[in-house]
Design a protein around this ligand. Structure first.
Ligand code: ADP
Ligand code: MG
Length: 274
């Protein structure tokens, strides 16, 4: 099963009296768990639109959208918000960190309305990304690469099946960009499907698959081998509530144990679970 899939997706924006803009034109796209896919294309080719549709921030005009085997083409706002929180992590080019919050607080922010305190998990994630000594720093005291690491940590706080990144290296120098891409490689190795849209050629060196988007047309968006094998599609949905519930159990002994090397209960981070 694919982590996320688009079938024949078209996205049109009203053209303000003129012709509508066709931002995505019959796009077929699929990503497997543990795969890092780069979508490359020039400015205006529809990359951000693709990511927003993949990430349930925007709905397709036509076509189907499937997330973890469930059709999520048309959802109510509440369902969409819930599905996004459950399964999607976002990383933006300009980080989108709140300036008055510390690194830990920014990372924990997506859990603000959940029971329990995610600060320990946020600190574990930041430590994993090499920011263990920056936990209480505000974004203004962090470099661009550090801010992007905070943003990645935040995108992972809810253990998404899919991590979506919009021009994640766009504001970073080459060396820092490479270190961010290396972090994505580690994330994918834990079973997360990673999609980065970019016009940075560097991303192509790190991706398992590169697909090109031109004027809303995507070429080679679905892997050749098909998607029916591997990765235990059935076991997954039933698992999802279990680990989540435990995450908020402050007395969970597994969490501390996992915190030394990997940030979360490692069992929730293996490819088999995703
Ligand atoms: P990219 O991220 O590759 O630069 P976008 O997805 O942002 O491309 O945009 C694709 C096309 O859709 C562009 O022509 C853009 O002007 C248009 N577009 C994007 N968002 C909107 C919107 N909210 N309303 C109208 N047109 C839009
Ligand atoms: Mg864009």
């Amino acid at each position: 099963m694919y982590s996320v899939e688009l079938r024949g997706v078209t996205k049109r924006y009203p053209g303000g009296g003129a012709e509508p803009v066709v931002a995505l034109d019959g796009v077929d796209f699929a990503v497997r768990p543990g795969e890092f896919v780069a979508v490359v294309g020039p400015s205006g080719s529809g990359k951000s639109t693709l990511l927003n549709v993949l990430g349930l921030l925007d709905d397709p005009t036509a076509g189907e959208r499937i997330l973890n085997g469930t059709d999520v083409t048309d959802l109510s706002v509440a369902e969409r918000t819930a599905a996004r929180k459950e399964s999607i992590g976002f990383v933006f080019q300009d980080f989108h960190l709140l300036p008055t919050l510390t690194a830990v607080e920014n990372v924990a922010l997506p859990t603000a309305f959940d029971p329990g305190d995610a600060s320990d998990r946020a600190a574990d994630l930041l430590t994993r990304f090499g920011l263990g000594d920056r936990l209480d720093h505000e974004p203004s005291a962090l470099s661009g690469g550090q801010k992007q690491r905070v943003a990645i940590a935040r995108s992972l706080i809810n253990e998404p099946a899919v991590l979506l990144a919009d021009e994640p290296t766009g504001n970073l120098d080459t060396e820092t960009g490479e270190s961010i891409l290396a972090e994505f490689e580690r994330v994918k190795e834990e079973g997360v499907a990673v999609v980065a849209v970019t016009h940075d050629p560097l991303v192509e060196e790190y991706a398992d698959r590169v697909v090109e988007l031109t004027d809303g047309v995507l070429v080679g968006g679905v892997p050749d081998e098909g998607g029916s094998e591997g990765n235990d599609p059935k076991g997954e949905d039933s698992d999802e509530d279990g680990p989540k519930g435990e995450d908020f159990d402050e007395d969970d002994p597994d969490r501390d144990e996992a915190g030394s090397g990997t940030p979360r209960g490692t069992e929730a981070w293996t490819a088999g679970d995703r």
